[in-house]
Design a protein around this ligand. Structure first.
Ligand code: CTP
Length: 210
């Protein structure tokens, strides 16, 4: 299969030197790209800015903002058979990006007006035509209920639920929920192992676990 993976954070520019972003390291997305490649799949990785090298043999498209990530993903989606949406996309961006560096001024506060970003996985899943779509849900509270809601609202076949401690961590633990109602706990383990079990749980749900 040819499989699209989104990974890493996005950066939403405020001015030429500042941006809004989050703590995502991209490790889980890159580990999933590697696990998919190791299973013999062709992998297209659309990644926000991270300090990681793309796994060898993976087709890398580097982006900065959520809108760039959406455009790069839409470009390749028609040739792909599945999507793993692992990116920690910034939900909002500044309404305006100042062409000049904002000055500190006279010490008074500044209000930054934000507008919502597009939902990348939901946009692609709306055009899914029987292709497999896997999303993540990063929740601090009411995790299971929120993950199930996201699975429905974003047209996902699977959702992997994790907590905020996963961001930037080297180990993680996931609850993999399937649209058919089945559930699988994965980890705690290093992200490489979690990625391998997740890929197996999604692509070969009936295989015995390692
Ligand atoms: N996602 C996306 N585009 C966005 C926001 C999220 O593709 N603009 C994807 C993520 O890659 C992940 C899933 O949607 O697969 C859920 O991301 P999450 O941040 O947990 O959810 P949000 O939709 O941002 O909801 P909220 O922040 O309200 O919890």
């Amino acid at each position: 299969m040819r499989i699209l993976v989104t990974a890493g954070p996005t950066r939403e520019a405020i001015d030429p030197v500042r941006f809004l972003s989050n703590r995502s390291s991209g490790r889980m997305g890159y580990a999933i790209a590697q696990a998919l490649r190791d299973c013999g799949h062709e992998v297209v990785l659309v990644s926000g800015p991270v300090q990681l090298a793309a796994p060898e043999g993976v087709e890398l498209h580097s982006v900065e903002s959520a809108r760039e990530m959406l455009a790069a993903s839409l470009d390749v989606w028609s040739d792909c058979d599945a999507l793993f949406a692992v990116a920690a996309v910034a939900d909002f961006r500044p309404k305006q990006c100042s062409a000049e560096k904002l000055k500190r001024g006279q010490g008074q506060g500044t209000v930054l007006e934000l507008v919502p970003n597009p939902d990348i996985v939901a946009t692609l899943a709306q055009q899914k035509r029987r292709r497999l779509v896997v999303g993540f849900a990063l929740e601090s509270h009411h995790g299971r209920a929120e993950a199930l809601r996201k699975m429905k609202d974003k047209f996902l076949d699977f959702v992997a639920l994790n907590g905020p401690q996963a961001q930037g961590a080297t180990r993680s633990k996931l609850l993999l929920l399937s649209a058919d109602g089945s559930e699988q706990v994965i980890g705690p383990a290093c992200k490489g192992q979690v990625a391998r079990e997740l890929v197996q749980g999604v692509l070969e749900p009936n295989a015995p676990t390692a």
